[in-house]
Design a protein around this ligand. Structure first.
Ligand code: AMP
Ligand code: GLY
Length: 443
């Protein structure tokens, strides 16, 4: 069987790597892929000429190559309707339709949906008019959360600890838009939310529109700096399982958040097939509320989750795409490595504001059963005429460059193993956190 993975990040490297290990899978194409999927050239094949925006060309490729299943990594092609296009052409694909992907692509849709279905989340109000938004902040005070209603690659959220910060965020999002938010057709809008206190966790399930199978729990670290300080990023590291999701919290999340979401989407004529990622805020009493939904795997959560997955991912996703996930559930559900997986992201100089690219990467360890380096912003350059003198050179090509992922009997062991590898890897200006997993180490 041949499989196609759409995307070029660490999540897609992990998906492709896991799919390539599946019994019936011969080749995994990655469109367009990255330096890491190029290095894993045995079973993976990059398609550098098929960037993920070229959905028609991707469908042509899938048809011509008789691709048994296409798996979509990032949200942008989902929000652009790649699943609708493939389905209309009879091509097997795993992911939500454009309508279902609104759970992520429109914060306003997601909040209204949660309200309609009684799914716990922060109180909110949506504004297109800056004056009304400012008045709302004046009325409610800080802390308060300001969110851009569009796709912002995880950067369109300002947790304002003061009213001044909140006013500045509104002016930016409804004015200069320095965060570069891709707004929806309705134009620029902000969602203003009640601040929720608690600990965050990532709760991701595989859904076929009806049946859901929860993936292992995980937690990522969004801030650039150790001790969770500094600006937000797409995620500087993750680990799985997340102890904050106790069996009791898990059962409540399935009952109060996941099940009503799947049922609500089906009832509204947009059954959700794909990875559904509920980003949770869990308070001191173990009550979980939804910060937001994503319609895809998390990055770097995917790297640690897939490192622990023992079930055959291809068969599971094929069932999900065909609406027969119930068979996997009846067969006992998903099987996990009992150990902890922990991934440390190595980011380029200047990330998250202005990542520098083109720095040479060296010191990568060989793969081991309990250690894998997933690549994101890396590229394997043709060595002709370069400093590498004919050999192909690996260079940085984006903000988050690598996610060094290790398995260990506990968090400390997994962290130690990942850190040991991180310290051997070199590129100028590399940024990484030595404290990934610290919340689980405390308890
Ligand atoms: P990101 O979307 O990755 O930029 O992250 C947004 C940040 O906002 C996260 O660190 C969350 O903890 C935080 N956040 C989002 N919504 C709320 C909320 N309603 N209350 C408290 N924190 C929030
Ligand atoms: N790591 C958070 C995300 O993928 O959105």
């Amino acid at each position: 069987m041949r499989v196609l993975v759409i995307g070029n990040g660490g999540r897609e490297h992990a998906l492709a790597w896991r799919l390539a290990a599946c019994a019936r899978v011969q080749t995994v194409f990655v469109a367009p892929g990255n330096g890491g999927t190029a290095l894993d050239a045995g079973a993976l094949k990059n398609l550098p000429n098929l960037p993920m925006g070229r959905t028609e060309a991707l469908a042509d490729f899938a048809a011509a190559e008789k691709i048994a299943l296409t798996v979509v990594g990032p949200e942008a092609p989902l929000a652009a309707g790649v699943v609708d296009l493939f389905r209309a052409r009879g091509l097997p694909i795993f992911g939500p339709t454009k309508a279902a992907a609104q759970l992520e692509s429109s914060k306003a849709f997601a909040k209204a949906f949660m309200q309609r279905h009684g799914i716990p989340t922060a109180r909110h109000a949506t504004f297109a008019d800056a004056a009304l938004a400012h008045a709302h902040v004046d009325q409610h005070g800080a802390p308060i959360v300001i969110k851009a209603d569009g796709l912002a690659a995880g950067k369109g959220v300002v947790v304002a600890m003061t009213a001044a910060e909140a006013h500045a965020a509104i002016d930016d999002m409804l004015g200069a838009n320095t965060l570069g938010v891709a707004y929806n057709a309705e134009g620029a809008r902000v969602v203003i939310e009640e601040f929720m206190a608690g600990e965050e966790a990532s709760f991701i399930v595989i859904a076929d529109g009806r049946t859901v199978l929860p993936l292992a729990t995980s937690q990522d670290h969004k801030r650039i700096g150790e001790g969770d300080t500094g600006p937000n990023t797409g995620g500087m590291g993750a680990y799985s399982p997340a102890p904050v999701v106790t069996p009791d919290v898990h059962a409540r999340v399935m009952k109060e958040i996941i099940r009503p979401t799947l049922d609500g989407m089906a009832a509204e004529g947009m059954p959700f097939t794909g990875f559904l990622y509920a980003w949770l805020m869990i308070d001191a009493q173990g009550r979980a509320r939804t910060v937001e939904f994503n319609c895809r795997l998390g990055d770097p959560e995917a790297q640690v989750i897939l490192m622990r997955l023992k079930s055959d991912l291809f068969e599971v996703l094929l069932h999900a795409a065909q609406g027969t996930l119930e068979q996997v559930e009846k067969g006992g559900g998903l099987e996990w490595d009992r150990r902890t997986a922990l991934g440390i992201v190595m980011a380029s100089a200047g990330y998250p504001v202005r990542p520098r690219t083109g720095d040479a990467i060296s010191g990568l360890p060989a793969d081991e059963p309990d250690l894998k380096v997933f690549h994101a912003g890396s590229a394997l350059q043709d060595g002709e005429g370069t400093a590498a003198g004919g050999a192909r050179a690996l260079v940085t090509s984006g903000g988050r460059v690598l996610c060094v992922t290790a398995l260990g009997d506990n968090v400390r062991e997994a962290q130690g193993r990942a850190l040991a590898a991180v310290r051997e890897i070199r590129f100028p200006g590399a940024q990484w956190r030595g404290d990934i997993g610290h919340r689980a180490l405390k308890s």
